[in-house]
Design a protein around this ligand. Structure first.
Ligand code: ZN
Length: 242
């Protein structure tokens, strides 16, 4: 038990890094170099807040296996539970029976699985380049994985679907951590200071401009007054002469 706990605490995390998420959850038809399986779990029990955890495979232990072992302790004795998984690869032929076993053992709940990509669901492009033995092995693996998916889908308490945009977004919002880049705060502070400087300067300029405009208006009104007074004076003079 202690060794399981030690192992779990080492590979369990609450959030996954942004770059890991965009790489491992990308639903490419051919997904080279994605050798890890990431599993984001929401565990809801009758009472209390849901628990969010992120698991990934470690050594020969698959993410699903590690997660199920962890859940054993968490749901012990609870009335009801609901588990939702967002998983980068669909469960393999070894994990599928373990998942079914878990749900059978804990019938007071349900498991929703949303997989980004289907693991070993069809023959790889380079199959022909393999030896006949390897080809047979791959084909058998594919068949076992497909059967596993069929068994998961056929279980009443398990719902298995492919992640759509909605689930990708849900998973992203819940499980992906935002990691501030290098000098985010320092640069933000510099820009804030700069903005303060600019607005202060512009405010000052506007006040000066307004003052100048008032002065100009006054001068022009004064000039108008003088002009009309002059006109009046001339008119009066003309009147006197007539
Ligand atoms: Zn597996």
């Amino acid at each position: 038990m202690n060794s399981i706990r030690r192992l779990s605490s080492f590979i369990k995390m609450n959030k996954m890094p942004y770059d890991k998420f965009t790489f491992h959850f990308q639903n490419l038809q051919r997904a080279p170099r994605r050798r890890e399986t990431w599993l984001c779990q929401i565990l809801r029990m009758k009472e209390g807040e849901p628990t969010l955890q992120v698991f990934k495979n470690k050594g020969s232990k698959h993410a699903e296996h590690i997660c199920l072992r962890e859940n054993e302790a968490a749901i012990q004795g609870v009335d009801r539970y609901e588990i939702t998984w967002y998983i980068s690869w669909s469960p393999c032929d070894e994990c599928a029976p373990q998942i079914i076993e878990f749900v059978k053992k804990h019938p007071n709940g349900k498991l929703n699985i949303f997989a980004s990509r289907l693991y070993y669901c069809e023959e790889p492009d380079n199959l022909k380049s393999k030896t006949p033995e390897e080809q047979t092995e791959i084909k058998q693996k594919i068949q076992r994985c497909r059967e596993g998916l069929g068994n998961l889908e056929g279980h009443g308490k398990i719902c298995i679907k492919v992640m759509t945009l909605k689930e990708i977004q849900d998973c992203f919002h819940r499980f992906v951590e935002f990691k501030p880049w290098g000098k985010l705060e320092e640069d933000s502070h510099l820009y804030a200071e700069k903005l303060k400087e600019i607005t202060k300067e512009e405010r000052k300029k506007k006040i000066e401009k307004d003052k100048a405009s008032v002065k100009k208006d006054k001068a022009s009104t004064e000039k108008d007054k003088q002009t009309s007074a002059e006109k009046e004076r001339r008119n009066r003079q003309r009147g006197t002469r007539a």
